[in-house]
Ligand binder design. Structure first.
Ligand code: MG
Length: 366
């Protein structure tokens, strides 16, 4: 048995080119916590877009849980990690820390078996559709036009998503102007999605949905806060636009509640947050049991393989920030040309390799 004999954690912080905002948050950098476990001379790689605090938790707690264990027993190691953080609380940082380790353990196992991860999981589809995701509220019209034109007209991606709910929903006229402008840029045949990041109130969201429908918007993400499942359900009941949420789901039980509340038309889940690929696959099954599809939230480099291994995948979010950060840190990042990601079957595991020399300048202490 290949025993896990080492596990190295590194933290990289990559500044954005300029401050970026959605409806309810502004950020200036993206931090990536990279985990590299080794077993019998083979090293796996996994990561989460998180905070350096995850690295501390991995080194203090999770590292000892998996060291000495069989690298092929991903489920056993995942369960042991979940049990180990009981007293710290499952949602948030603990789940993101487990996610980084779990993804690395899946990558490690696939490398040991000599297969791409999608073949270990069992491939259902050769490719997974993506949508270009950006359109930040902080963008000028020129920046929005440049980003959407590149995705739609240069790369042939037939779906894009933009942020609305600017300044906690206090600029609805500007939201509508931007949506109208985006529609003009992408033309009538490209799917247009919006994401309010919980910035609207219920009735405001219902009013906005009516306006968005006039511009043929087909996806309304977090019209209201995901903390209020009944509010999501209320908005959903009053619009023909698909309502989606789930990016703040950290465990199976949250997603169960979201499904049972009939809060969404498509469940979103993020393997870099919800304790890794192990839990993401279970969430996909849960969605299927409720007659729902699943969409991968951001972290497209982690989702490409598992997304091609579940039948009820709708699409993946091809997030602009992660596209940039991933290319700075990793070799083997997939291209979204034509609007799909196709796992590279000539590479083992997730197909990613840390560009150590290039990454060094973004390294921070952990
Ligand atoms: Mg979102």
């Amino acid at each position: 048995m290949p025993t896990i004999d080492d596990l190295v954690v590194s933290v990289f912080t990559i500044p954005t080119e300029e401050p970026e905002s959605d409806g309810t948050l502004t950020w200036r950098a993206t931090t990536v916590v990279v985990v590299e476990p080794t077993a019998a001379g083979i090293t796996g790689i996994g990561f989460s877009y998180a905070t350096g605090a995850c690295a501390r938790l991995i080194n203090d707690v999770l590292r000892d849980v998996v060291i000495g264990q069989d690298a092929l027993d991903v489920s056993r190691n995942w369960s042991a990690m979940v049990r180990s953080i009981r007293n710290f609380g499952r949602p948030g940082i603990a789940s993101m820390a487990i996610a980084a380790v779990d993804c690395a353990l899946w990558d490690l196992k696939a490398k040991h078996l000599g297969v791409p991860l999608v073949k270990l999981l069992g491939q259902v589809n050769d490719t997974v559709p993506v949508y270009g995701s950006g359109g930040f509220t902080s963008y000028s019209d020129e920046e929005l036009a440049r980003q959407f034109s590149d995705w739609v007209h240069e790369q042939g991606i037939p779906r894009v998503k933009m942020k609305v709910g600017e300044a906690w929903g206090t600029r609805p006229e500007r939201d509508l102007e931007r949506v109208q402008f985006a529609r003009a840029v992408i033309g009538p045949s490209t799917a247009l999605f919006v994401d309010a990041n919980g910035g609207y109130s219920v009735k405001q969201a219902v009013r906005m949905a009516k306006e968005f429908a006039r511009h043929d918007v087909s996806w309304f993400e977090e019209p209201v806060s995901s903390d209020h499942l009944s509010s999501l359900a209320e908005v959903r009941s009053q619009t023909s636009i698909d309502v989606a949420a789930g990016e703040y789901g950290y465990d199976l039980f949250y997603f169960k509640a979201m499904c049972e509340a009939q809060a969404v038309d498509c469940l979103q889940a993020d393997a870099s947050r919800c304790a890794g690929i192990s839990e993401w696959l279970r969430v996909a099954s849960l969605a299927e049991a409720h007659g729902l599809q699943i969409s991968g939230h951001c972290a497209q480099s982690l989702h490409a393989h598992p997304a091609c291994a579940v039948a009820n995948i709708r699409h993946l979010e091809y997030f602009a920030d992660h596209a940039r950060v991933d290319r700075l840190l990793f070799d083997g990042v997939l291209d979204p040309v034509g609007g799909v990601l196709r796992p590279d079957l000539s590479r083992l595991g997730l197909g990613l390799e840390l560009k150590r020399a290039d990454a060094q300048k973004f390294r921070v202490d952990n």
